[in-house]
Design a protein around this ligand. Structure first.
Ligand SMILES: Nc1ncnc2c1ncn2[C@@H]1O[C@H](COP(=O)(O)OP(=O)(O)OP(=O)(O)O)[C@@H](O)[C@H]1O
Ligand SMILES: [Mg+2]
Length: 262
């Protein structure tokens, strides 16, 4: 059992795509997964359930107006059930109220009591160093960082690295980097190949072996409220997410005691 944040303060690198499709891949392999959407943009929530009016979201749970279990939605898929703690639809309000929620341990207080009910809790975080992002990192056992294979990708990574160090020196000394995943990989561009080589050279085995290719299928799937596994089961990207799920599970099993053998 592990709580994992998908984080990179750089926007649009694939945090939400990775959270949703890695969760789907793990679910299809028999793991019980909870997706927690902490991004006020609510992209993971809309990817999984579309634009629905929700009475109970993460906001009500943070504000102590609802019990966490009552906010979790079961999303039935052909390959299994993904569990979702949705983001609040009233974005502006959510930010203000959550910023005002006091100490940064609120995500830990919410997630630790339910941790043993899931194999993995994957948190989609927003593209900024906000209270929600910090609180998610403080609640987490590990972090996955998606990286787009482009110019300056490694700059963003060094910022992420510093942020993790700060968290480790403060409220969560046990935070582990599970790995960095290259997303939107296009082998036809020289730049992408250079970024991949650079990432492997700098990070060594902290770079996941699996890279996620750029394909239009990935971007299309959420508009159909589908994960890639349903929308394009034969796509190269789907194969990549399934392979990433295996690699992720193997790494977590080695890193965290108490992760179920399977
Ligand atoms: N492998 C891929 N191939 C093609 N398109 C992709 C791929 N990964 C992500 N995208 C698209 O790129 C855009 C950004 O991805 P995503 O929303 O997952 O990033 P993000 O890091 O969560 O963004 P934000 O920082 O705004 O939360 C989306 O439109 C998504 O569909
Ligand atoms: Mg996102």
């Amino acid at each position: 059992m592990a709580i994992v944040s998908v984080a990179n303060q750089k926007g649009g690198v694939g945090k939400t795509t990775l959270t949703v499709n890695l969760s789907a891949a793990l679910t299809s392999r028999g793991k019980k997964v909870l997706v927690v959407d902490t991004d006020p943009q609510g992209n993971a929530t809309t990817s999984l359930i579309g634009l629905e009016d929700l009475d109970t979201t993460l906001l009500e749970v943070v504000m102590d107006d609802a019990d966490v279990d009552s906010a979790i939605i079961s999303v039935e898929k052909s390959f299994g059930t993904i569990h979702l703690l949705p983001a609040p639809p009233d974005l502006a309000l959510a930010n203000i109220e959550i910023e005002g929620a006091g100490t940064l341990s609120y995500m830990k207080d919410i997630l630790h009591p339910i941790k043993n009910s899931y194999d993995y809790i994957l948190i989609d975080t927003p593209p900024s160093v906000s209270s929600l992002m910090l609180s998610s990192l403080i609640a987490s056992d590990g972090v996955i960082v998606p990286l787009q294979a482009e110019f300056l990708a490694l700059e963003g990574l060094s910022q992420m690295w510093k942020l993790m160090e700060t968290i480790r020196n403060g409220m969560n000394p046990f935070l582990e980097l599970i790995g960095v995943v290259i997303n939107m990989w296009d082998p036809r561009t020289i730049l992408a190949r250079q970024v991949l080589e650079e990432v492997k050279r700098v990070l060594g085995d902290k770079a996941f072996e699996t890279v996620i290719p750029r394909t239009v299928r990935v971007a299309e799937a959420p508009s159909h409220t589908m994960t890639l596994l349903e929308y394009a089961p034969d796509s190269k990207a789907t194969t990549a997410f399934l392979q990433l799920a295996e690699e992720f599970h193997r790494r977590c099993r080695e890193m965290f005691q108490g992760v179920n053998e399977a």
